[in-house]
Design a protein around this ligand. Sequence first.
Ligand SMILES: [Zn+2]
Length: 465
Amino acid sequence: MSADLRLYNSLTRTVEAFQPREAKRVGMYSCGPTVYNHAHIGNFRSFLYGDLLRRTLRHFGFSVTSVMNFTDVDDKTIRGSRAAGEGLRAFTDRHITEFRRDMEILNITPHDEQPRATDHIPEMVALIGKLIGKGLAYVSGNGADSGSVYFRVAALPDYGKLSHLDKEGLKPGARVAQDEYEKETLGDFALWKAWTEDDGDVAWESPWGKGRPGWHIECSAMAMRYLGEELDLHCGGIDLLFPHHENEIAQSEGATGRPFARCWGHSAHLLVDSQKMSKSLGNLFTVRDVEAKGFTGRQLRYVLVKTHYRQSLNFTWAELEAASTALTRVDNWIVRWKAESPERFMVTHPDGKAFLDAFSAALADDLNISGALGHLFDFIRETNNLMDQKKPLPDLPAIWEKIDAVLGLGILKTEIPPEIAALGEERLAARAAKDWKKSDAVRDELARLGWSVRDSAKGQELVKK
Ligand SMILES: [Zn+2]
């Protein structure tokens, strides 16, 4: 690939050349879901950002080892399992199955490892022990949380380097009355939580007594277990940057004395109708909700991927309809070139190389996906023209294979003949230009050929009469 991949690094707050420790190998960790409910489309925006990033890394020739965890023990999973009257394992199993289904529907590439926190308690206990040994953590001696272990933030001078935190508020002088907790300072966070009645039968033995790990230590332990002490890339949604990722850095670097992750990537928020998603506003949607409205995972994937990951994304149903139209355009184009005979395709066609270079250059610029898609739609228009004029074509099957490895849109299994697809495309173009006379004429032509056109929430559909 001609262009070098450049990515925004939250740690340095600049777009920089992406350089893993070994030239072409990437160890990448993404924070996964807490498995206590259906993940919503905002969560999936972040997981799809990770997917696009992995696919792009592979497009640029990197071999990627990708790890994403399941948080299957924390306050929410324990509360949920008790409310459902189920054991923690059975309860989280159900949500993991549901999550894997959604991943498949959205065509998210499976991760190489998807560890569960509860399968790695010994690693977490060992890591906490190491931090206590170094004076970076302490056991709470009395109070309601006796037997809990906290990270001593004041002992790590560069704490806050990822979030560029103003540490004044965390200093011992700022200590506020804490009736129940025996933390030394406000910013100290739990590595191990002593068992309380609310935990029911969820508990593991440790040198500090019965309890369970804190959320942050889960990720540090699992990331290092599968990827070693230094990661090339760590990503997640922007809401995880502080305190979660800051604390992962503190625990990991505190224990190893080495830089934890070279590059940190964060995706921006998803809004629904310009508002923050929330249960009370009734605008919190899951993949199943989107399917229930008649849309496909492929259409949802397109909507969630097509906005640059560092821009907040405003989800609307109209956006999904627009996505359907864009995908129909892609599908019609594919149907047409699939019907071309193989000798029409020229591997050396200059338009093919120019397009691939432009597509790659856009992605190389911190995953400029809107630029990459813009090039694709230009290319579709140009090659549709070449097909109209019966001129030689770039090697479209090979080009599509390359770019769809990044986009993950797949090919719609459709039985529409190419000349019908071409007319469908003509009608879409006429409608885009508000040329209603032309669009009606094309509809009549399609009807004469035995095809009807339906404009639905799913976009333009061609149906054989
Ligand atoms: Zn995490």
